[in-house]
Design a protein around this ligand. Structure first.
Ligand code: MOS
Length: 728
């Protein structure tokens, strides 16, 4: 189905099931511990051996020699996979770091060997008996040191990519009110609950991997390439995923070494990356140094906007796109954005939790707060006067639907913003400095092709099959709601099967594009099934209705299951977008409001209240959408207050590489959270009129916390995270 305009008729607008608060259908499986995660799939194949991965002990250089003799003779050991016996695995398009093979070391904890043994403990013990001799090379690990000379990122045509519109320099020079400030965000790690894990087994020249992965099709293509086998020889199965946060968008070493070892030792092999290995072995969100210049008139209207961000990565790796939102968020006739990149020999930087916008808005939205203060203007009003309904760098291109102003007004009212004292450090209760802050947020709504297959059985049960994943987000439930709604069935007559590469290719889970596209693809398949059902029942005409398990036309009515009484009816289709992607800018919007209390003596910050008002199209399931947003707000709290990978600049690795040293918020850190969804639909988005919302909740919240801390203390910190040492 091609979706091109809101004119397309849409039976989903019955809305008996979609949009209704619906508890997650996979919830009982998860809360009873019966949803099998990758490493726990003991029954999928017999004889599973255990792999334990050894990571490199240097950040850059090469392996001169590796002695695996002791490890090979250790009790229970089946074999040792040695990087020196393999060519570097060919990279998938989204990988920068070599995942396994060869003598060259690109980063600390790169996988260099794996012991396979009868038990996990035997594999681990033997891994420590491997002796490696390295030739260490000098590496670059200090972003701040390289940043002044970091070159501009090159665009597709090889030219340095600077996006500009109007004349920033002149407008900035002429602006009556100016701000020029630099903000920094640290390296961060995904810290999802479930580690990367894979069970791999070969059957002849075909491999099946049971793994934990966000993007099944990307994984299949990349793994086939890494193993040198045709794509059709690779099957991935990933029905339950204990969090991904971007860390499982692309295959990592676990699946490559599991598949290589299973082939070499003729045994199914299961591998999990041990927690202390994950942080340096896999990917992380790169640190940024961001310079923002804003020029405004006395009325607060932005006349000049510049945002430049520098981040680092391995040679060939991309930048953190921290300026993305600045191209689209606020009106202003003169603007420029630029990205610079420094070559670092730290582990690979890649997508993590709203890549680009999350750290970009942490900077931009403090800058807006600072500008509001210079203007003596309310920060909510400043954002309202700078709203735009068109792409500011392409004014003929409207937003499909944008109600940021609604978010700001509704949020401010619900939070009680009018009671806030704008004077910093003016609200003290005993030892507590109380502060209120706000920020706005933005994240794009990405429309991607997404397919599904639906099967109607003679028992009246509808099965949906798609390689879409549920990374803890609620995909099972919203897909079931969509199918039930479109076919006029109760929810309990629909079964959803996900995460298997033998199902039709979906949009997958990433970039908050999962919900809108996977439901739209399911809708498209169901529309096709409706046609087949009508034909099977001999119904024609345009008055056919699907409701309450019945298909009716005029005076004729059948049970839906009658259509399948001579055998299952199967329909497959996908949603595709053409013009709507070009003609309209598709984005989502949020306003965040936060109350903090800062201990006047110790500088410790406590969150007291958080509120987010979101403009994100139709909300398919208010329960799971709210869970997404409060989870994202919690990530924002971590980014603002505690999350930071400490770089060892001498030896080139992240020092705090476990969950004891890398601090994410826990329950006691998170106060009352409130989420408001504006009552809206976006008819340009998809037949579902919905949008992504998963990452939106994270965008801007860090700055709202920083602005509240400033309001509490009068100390403006531009260097995340806002740890207590920075205001003492
Ligand atoms: Mo998201 S960082 O695209 O999984």
């Amino acid at each position: 189905m091609k979706f091109d305009s809101p004119a397309q008729t849409n039976p989903i607008d019955q809305l008996k099931i979609v949009g209704k608060p619906t508890p997650r259908i996979d919830g009982p499986l998860k809360t009873t511990g019966t949803a099998p995660y990758a490493y726990e799939r003991h029954n999928v194949v017999p004889g599973q051996a255990y792999g334990y991965v050894l990571g490199a002990g240097i950040a850059k250089g090469r392996i001169k020699a590796m002695n695996i003799a002791h490890a090979q003779q250790a009790p229970g050991v089946i074999g040792v996979l040695n990087t020196l016996d393999f060519e570097p695995a060919p990279l998938g398009s989204q990988n920068t770091a070599n995942l396994f093979g060869g003598a060259e070391i690109q980063h600390y904890h790169q996988a260099i060997a794996m012991v396979v043994a009868e038990t996990f403990e035997q594999a681990r013990a033997a891994a420590h008996m491997i002796i490696v001799e390295y030739e260490r090379e000098h590496g670059n690990f200090d972003l701040a040191k390289l940043a002044p000379d970091a070159p501009l990122v090159k665009g597709g045509n090889g030219e340095p990519s600077v996006d500009s519109y109007g004349d920033f320099e002149s407008a900035y020079a002429a602006a009556p009110v100016k701000l020029d400030a630099t903000y920094t965000t640290p390296d961060e790690t995904h810290a999802m609950m479930e580690p990367h894990a894979t069970i791999a087994a070969w059957d002849g020249d075909k491999v099946t991997v049971w793994m934990s992965h966000q993007m099944i099709q990307w994984g299949k293509v990349a793994l086939a390439k890494a193993l040198g086998v045709p794509q059709e020889n690779v099957r991935i199965d990933s029905p339950f995923i204990g969090g991904g946060f971007g860390g499982k968008l692309f295959i990592r070493a676990d699946v490559v070494v599991a598949a290589l070892a299973a082939r070499k030792f003729q045994r199914p092999v299961k591998v999990t990356l041990q927690r202390p290995l994950i942080i340096n072995n896999t990917t992380h969100r790169p640190a940024t140094i961001q310079r923002i210049q804003l020029g405004a008139g006395k009325d607060g209207k932005l006349t000049a906007i510049s945002h430049e961000s520098t981040s680092g990565n391995l040679p060939g790796g991309g930048p953190e796109g921290a300026v993305n939102q600045t191209q689209l968020f606020y009106a202003g006739a003169n603007r420029r954005t630029a990205l610079r990149i420094a070559e670092l020999d730290l582990p690979e930087g890649n997508a993590m939790r709203a890549p680009g916008e999350a750290p970009g808005l942490m900077a931009l939205e403090i800058a807006m707060d600072e500008l509001a203060e210079k203007l003596s203007m309310d920060p909510v009003e400043l954002r309202i006067v700078n709203d735009t309904q068109v792409d500011p760098m392409n004014p003929d291109r409207p937003f499909s639907y944008r109600d940021l102003v609604g978010c700001l007004r509704r949020g401010a009212e619900a939070f009680g913003w009018d009671k806030r004292n704008p004077k910093p450090a003016a609200n003290r209760k005993g030892r507590w400095l109380i502060g209120h802050g706000m920020a706005a947020g933005f994240r794009n709504n990405v429309l991607r092709k997404s397919g599904a297959r639906v099967r109607l059985g003679s028992d009246g049960v509808l099965i949906v099959e798609t390689d879409m994943t549920d990374i803890g987000t609620g995909s099972y439930t919203i897909i079931a709601q969509t199918a039930a709604e479109t076919m006029g069935l109760p929810l309990n007559r629909v079964r959803v099967e996900l995460g298997d590469s033998s199902y039709p290719v979906s949009a997958g889970s990433g970039g908050q594009w999962g919900a809108v596209n996977s439901t739209a693809g399911t809708y498209a398949a169901c529309v096709k099934l409706r046609e087949k059902v009508a034909t099977a029942l001999g119904l024609s005409g345009d008055d056919i209705t699907f409701a309450n398990g019945k298909v009716a036309s005029g005076d004729t009515s059948f049970a839906l299951s009658d259509a399948a009484k001579n055998g299952e009816i199967v329909a497959e289709d996908s949603i595709e977008y053409a013009e709507v992607n070009e003609s309209h800018q598709q984005s989502t919007f949020v306003a965040h409001f936060v109350e903090v209390a800062v201990d006047a003596y110790t500088g410790e910050t406590y969150l007291k209240r958080m509120l987010a008002a979101c403009s994100a199209g139709r909300i398919l399931n208010p329960i799971s959408a709210r869970s997404q947003v409060i989870g994202a707000m919690t990530m924002g709290a971590g980014a603002a207050l505690s999350e930071e990978l400490a770089v060892d600049k001498r030896f080139g690795f992240f020092v705090n590489h476990d969950l004891a040293g890398y601090e994410v918020p826990v329950h006691v850190d998170i106060p009352h959270q409130e989420v408001i969804f504006l009552d809206e639909t976006d008819p340009w988005s998809s037949p579902m009129k919905a949008k992504g919302v998963g990452e939106l909740g994270l965008c801007g919240v860090g700055a709202a916390i920083a602005n509240a801390v400033y309001n509490a203390t009068g100390v403006r910190i531009r260097d995340y995270p806002l740890t207590l040492d920075k205001y003492l």
